[in-house]
Design a protein around this ligand. Structure first.
Ligand SMILES: [Fe+2]
Ligand SMILES: [Fe+2]
Length: 326
């Protein structure tokens, strides 16, 4: 799973960089080459990539929490096994991404500390609760679907370690999407109570899903430089449109209603029209005032503290084995 549209800061002026090196760097990207950790790169490229990969890693590890709360309550052993595997995958995605971000020079401990202190952001969508089992089905289907759209685009980006991590992640995400779809179909074709549950879950999750791709292009900071450097691969609105194109018909096919009376495809322009998402709410939640922000960070903090002895034991073990035997 993934945290959609990233929050980019306005890039600093790249003119401060060595113009010859900058031109070579841009020519490599234009030629479709990947940039590797030891290659020269502009400071701003490094900074924005750290921000993006770190946000993505945090979104995976925090994203495991809303569904994770349902492992003990999953309906039946088969569903429980599948959910456990999915949650485990999401935490694994975070590990891959923290490793990719570390290649750019930010230590993992700093990233974890910035997450716990609230300095680093993660996807807003995970600050909402999974109220019923049907919420986990909607998350696994539609949030993971949004994640795939985002990640497939980013896997064509310019930074080698990030692209390679994304290729593997996307394969696992596709499996999550199938698992989520299977759950939604089961509920949507079930008893009246099950259909009602999944409809209510969709009603709850639709606004966060629309937020997922990030602020509208009209208000988001996305620059020509980041697109040229293949840090950002598509605009937030383009990805939102792609998601609507692929998933609205599938949702309607199941007999579910999308809670937006304005939602329709404009056949002339080929784009979807919808009620403008509430960007004030988006900002409020990203700044820490969502229904689950405090709970998510408290769980992360607790797990960091409780895992301390394991990390220390591993370090001691390594030291033990580094002593030459004689
Ligand atoms: Fe996933
Ligand atoms: Fe994931």
């Amino acid at each position: 799973m993934y945290g959609g549209g990233n929050i980019f800061e306005k890039p600093e002026n790249e003119i401060q960089e060595d113009p010859v090196k900058l031109a070579e760097f841009e020519a490599r990207i234009l030629a479709g080459e990947k940039i590797e950790p030891t290659d020269w790169m502009p400071k701003e490229y490094r900074k924005q990539l750290i921000r993006m990969i770190e946000q993505h890693a945090h979104s995976e590890i925090i994203g495991a929490l809303p569904e994770g709360t349902w492992i003990t309550r999953a309906p039946g052993f088969r569903r429980k096994l599948a959910l456990m595997a999915k949650v485990q995958d999401e935490v694994g995605h975070a590990q891959l991404l923290y490793s990719a971000a570390e290649t750019l020079g930010k230590p993992r401990e700093d990233m974890i500390n910035d997450l716990i202190s609230g300095k680093s952001k993660y996807s807003n969508v995970f600050n909402y609760p999974a109220v019923t089992w049907a919420d986990t089905a909607i998350i696994a289907w539609l949030i993971d679907a949004g994640a795939i759209i985002n990640q497939v685009a980013n896997s064509k980006g310019s930074y080698g370690p990030y692209c390679r991590a994304l290729e593997r992640i996307c394969q696992e995400e596709s499996f999550h999407l199938k698992y989520g779809h299977d759950n939604v179909v089961f509920l949507a074709t079930g008893t009246q109570k099950q259909r009602q549950m999944v409809q209510e879950a969709l009603n709850r999750w639709w606004p966060p899903i629309m937020h997922f791709f990030g602020p509208s292009d009209k208000i988001s900071v996305h620059t020509e430089t980041l697109m040229r450097w293949k840090v950002k691969m598509a605009s937030n609105d383009d990805m939102r449109q792609k998601f609507l194109d692929m998933y609205v018909p599938k949702i309607w096919d199941l007999g579910l209603t999308i809670p937006d009376p304005k939602l329709k495809k404009n056949e002339e322009t080929g784009t979807w029209e919808y009620t403008e998402p509430d960007w004030k709410e988006f900002k409020r939640v990203i700044n820490g005032d969502g229904p689950c922000n405090a709970e998510r960070l408290a769980v992360r903090k607790m797990s960091e503290e409780k895992g301390k002895w394991v990390r220390e034991a591993l370090l001691n073990r390594n030291e033990m084995y580094s002593v030459p035997l004689s």
